[in-house]
Design a protein around this ligand. Structure first.
Ligand SMILES: Cc1cc2nc3c(=O)[nH]c(=O)nc-3n(C[C@H](O)[C@H](O)[C@H](O)COP(=O)(O)O)c2cc1C
Length: 198
């Protein structure tokens, strides 16, 4: 991969405010594949994220094998269902996961799994890389969505084997990537719980 630490990638030059406010979780994709060079540019943007002690504990698995994504979806649904807390699970989630037609990756043409080397700050570091990646994708005209439904199963030994992940890494951020069929509508935000201490 090219080392472009000091220059924004071509095609990833959207204004930061536009990217932050315009990015949306995308769940409806065209079947168009995403080219390898674009996916590697997204990874390049991801690794510009800060990390504690500059440990850069991330690992990226780029999956474009649709049969594998189908297999992960099929395994992740019952696993997630078995883990849901009946008291805190929002309405409809159980029904979604029980629906044989529901695909946790929404038939996206690609998924980038960001994993973290087991360490104290891996989750924080990977979260920052994930947001960079999603913003960069938006600026490149791509839709993304972090798929938490896939996380628990991917963390199992069977899940790690399925994505050929070394046991030192923990799968943290499965992010689907593809071209949106339509622009998702804005999702309202609650006012921030804001406390000033002057
Ligand atoms: C950690 C995390 C897990 C998520 N898991 C899922 C998921 O499994 N399936 C899904 O459709 N969306 C998932 N999302 C997307 C959120 O539902 C979405 O970001 C939220 O509704 C706000 O919408 P926006 O991203 O368009 O602003 C997840 C987001 C995050 C940050």
């Amino acid at each position: 991969m090219s080392n472009l630490s000091h220059a924004p990638e071509q095609g990833l030059s959207m204004d930061v405010t536009e990217a932050i406010y315009g990015r949306r979780a995308t769940r409806n994709f065209t079947t168009a594949p995403v080219a390898a060079d674009i996916l590697t540019k997204l990874v390049d943007a991801a690794i510009q994220a800060p990390s504690a002690f500059n440990a850069q504990p991330w690992h990226f698995t780029i999956i474009r094998n649709l049969a594998l994504l189908d297999r992960i979806s099929a395994a992740a649904k019952p696993y997630m269902l078995s883990m849901l807390n009946p008291k805190s699970t929002p309405n409809g989630i159980r029904e979604h996961l029980s629906n044989p037609d529901f695909h946790v990756f929404y038939h996206a043409p690609a998924m980038i799994l960001i994993s973290g080397k087991e360490s104290e700050w891996a989750v924080e570091d990977v979260g920052l890389a994930a947001e960079n990646l999603m913003l960069a994708a938006h600026s490149a005209g791509l839709g993304t969505c972090w798929i938490g439904f896939a996380q628990p199963w991917l963390k199992t030994p069977e899940g790690k084997r399925a994505v050929e992940l070394d046991s030192i890494y923990i799968p943290i951020a499965p992010i689907i990537v593809g071209y949106a069929r339509e622009t998702p509508p804005p999702v309202p935000r609650n006012p921030p719980l804001l406390q000033w201490i002057d």
